[in-house]
Structures are given as C-alpha cells and as structure tokens.
Design a protein around this ligand. Structure first.
Ligand SMILES: *Cc1c(COP(=O)(O)O)cnc(C)c1O
Length: 352
C-alpha cells in the first residue's frame, strides 16, 4: 500500500459561495430567462466534481460541455436531459452515444441534422451561425427541409463580440430573430456571460454563462457584482540569499544589484503560470508584494522576499488572480487564466 502523500505545495481554494452567488447574479441579470451554465473544459479548469453540485444547489438546470468525452463526468452529477454537447454529432458513434445516454447533441450543420435523423432523431438542440463563423447552420440554410424534421429543444446562437460595444452584436441579434421566426423550438438561447450584460433583448429563454460564473468579468457592468472564485496559492520550497552580481534563472535575465533574500516558489508554466508573467508578475504575502525575479520555469518561479523577509520554506504565498487585473498584467485572456490552471493544484472547495 502506498503511504499517504505529504502535503501539496500548490493549492487552489475555490469559493463555493462566490460561485453560487455569481450564478444567482447572472440568473437575475437574465431577467425572465433562466441562466444555464457552461461547464466545458472541466468547468473552466476548476473541477466539475465540485462546481456542478454548487451550481445545481444554486438552481442551475441547463449545462453545456464541448466534447462527448466530457459527458460522463457531468452526468455523474446532472440528469442527462439537462446536458447539451456543443460540438455536435460529427460521427455516427456520437449520435448513438447521445441516444444511449439521453444527453442532447447540438446540431451544427445540415449533415449533422441528417445523421441525427437517420439514427432515429429525438430531442436535440440546434446552433445557428449568426456571424461568428465557427459552429452552426448558416443563415442561408435556415429554411432547409431537414431542419423542419428536427425536434428542437433549444435553438441557439453564439455572439462574437459581446464583450465589446460593437454594432456586430445587434447585427447578430437581428439574424437570430430571423432564425427563431423560421425554426420552431421549445426555447431560445443566445447570450453568453458578456451577452447577459447587453440587456433583456439578448436573453430570450435561456442564457449560457461560463466565464462570469467562475469570477471572470468580461464587461464593466459585471465589475463589483461578480466575485472571485479561484484563489491560487504556492509554497516557498527554498529561501536563498543573493549577493550583488548573482543572476537568477534560465538565461540569467535578472541580476541582483545588492544583497537580496529570494524565495523559490513551487509554481511554473506547467501549472498554467506562463512565461509571459516573467518580468511583470508578482506574488503576494498579505499586502506585501513579492516581484518575480528572472524567467518563469516549468516548475518554479523565484521572487524577491524583501517585503516579507520573515517567510520560511514551507510557507504559502498568494498568486494574485483577480481575473480582470491578471489578464491586463499578463496579456492572457481571463479564459486562458482559468483553463490553464494545472492538475498539480490541489483543489479545495470552501463554503463561507
Ligand atoms: C463557451 C460557450 C459559452 C459560455 O461563454 P462565456 O463567454 O464563457 O460565458 C456559451 N455558449 C457557447 C456556445 C460556448 O461555446
């Protein structure tokens, strides 16, 4: 038998109350529409096993993943009829799998509609492409006879620029209304997180937030109401004294100009803390800033402990992860910041 593992040196505190609160905020902002939840990519990297019970507890009833491979982890927590697979039935096996599990495929093309019907059809969702030119049936195909044979539960489309004040939003809205008038469906769904902030016209019957559930703030309207969910921390694994002239890390990009106390931290690009943070990132201990010295390595960063010289090996430091601010500093999107958080973080859900 393997002995129990020693304590981790990377941990991710997940604030269950903030997650539930964010869903309720988005549901209220959705007006008469219900808010669903995009839980693809392991709930944006935070972990479906913990995120799903919290979202269901808050009241969410409609869930979205991208891949078929993501279905088992979600249906462990959610009735299959409440789950849709956005990438749709590309292969016959996908359609068979949908039928056998009871999850809904999102039909994205006329070919997929034909494939679904050939296997016997049944309730499905239908994606219309209103301008993003990614997945979805083209506007010039919305009157195709094959679509009229589908049993569409949710007719949907996806906004390209909802995080901007762009005329493209209204153009897509107009096209979606045209599609909704042409294709019978039990309900309609258009807005992602940012789209919810565009107002009641964009909400229809069901909204599909992802990012903002997990603490992302895609539009200024959500600042102040959306709460941070993910709080990463990393341990100091070595404390070292630098002399003037000592350099730090690969390629010796930082050289001390005076004696300094440095901390080697158990956090690197393999954990999602990418090299773009080199030279501009800082970790924190309480209010004390601990600027990065040199390059980010795969498993480590080195920080200046000058503002917190009492810290010792084994102590925890905070990785600032206000997603809006972290995105501005790093140049990574808020989505990348969340979904990149690696498997070496021990995820811990905390209530209160
Ligand atoms: C990912 C996704 C969403 C959620 O988008 P956010 O910007 O994270 O809120 C909604 N709808 C579709 C089709 C998606 O692919």
């Amino acid at each position: 038998m393997m002995p129990e593992l020693p304590p981790p040196t990377l941990r991710l505190r997940l604030d269950a109350d903030a997650l539930a609160s964010n869903w309720r905020v988005l549901d209220a902002m959705s007006g008469t529409a219900a808010a669903g939840a995009a839980v693809k990519a392991d709930a944006y990297g935070l972990g479906v096993d913990q995120v799903l019970p919290a979202l269901r507890g808050a009241g969410a009833q409609d869930f979205f993943v991208a891949h078929w491979s993501e279905v088992p982890d979600v249906t462990a927590h959610v009735p299959p009829a409440q789950l849709s697979v956005l990438h749709g039935p590309v292969h016959r096996q996908d359609a068979d799998y949908a039928r056998q599990t009871g999850v809904r495929p999102v039909i994205n093309s006329l070919d997929q509609a034909g494939l679904w019907l050939a296997g016997g059809g049944g309730p499905c969702d239908l994606m219309i492409d209103t301008g993003i030119n990614r997945l979805g049936v083209a506007m010039h195909d919305i009157h195709d006879a094959v679509l009229a044979r589908l049993d569409v539960v949710t007719l949907m489309s996806h906004l390209a620029s909802a995080d901007e004040d762009s005329a493209f939003n209204e153009a897509q809205l107009g096209r979606f209304r045209t599609a909704a008038a042409a294709i019978p469906a039990r309900r309609r769904s258009f807005a992602n997180s940012a789209g919810i902030a565009l107002g009641a016209d964009y909400a229809f019957d069901l909204t599909r937030p992802g990012l903002a559930l997990y603490g992302g703030v895609p539009r200024a309207e959500m600042a102040g109401t959306i709460r941070q969910v993910a709080w990463p921390q990393a341990a100091i694994i070595q404390r070292r004294q630098l002399q003037a002239g000592d350099s730090v890390g690969y390629n010796a990009t930082f050289t001390a100009d005076r004696p300094m106390v440095a901390g080697v931290i158990s956090l690197g690009y393999a954990d999602g803390y990418l090299r773009c943070w080199s030279g501009k990132g800082a970790l924190k201990s309480g209010d004390a800033m601990l600027p990065l010295l040199g390059k980010v390595s795969m498993d480590m960063v080195v920080v200046d402990l000058g503002n917190a010289s009492h810290l010792r090996e084994g102590d925890w430091v905070d990785v600032p992860y206000d997603l809006h601010q972290a995105s501005v500093t790093s140049g990574l999107s808020q989505y990348e910041l969340l979904t990149g958080l690696g498997r070496r973080f021990r995820r811990k859900f905390q209530q209160g």
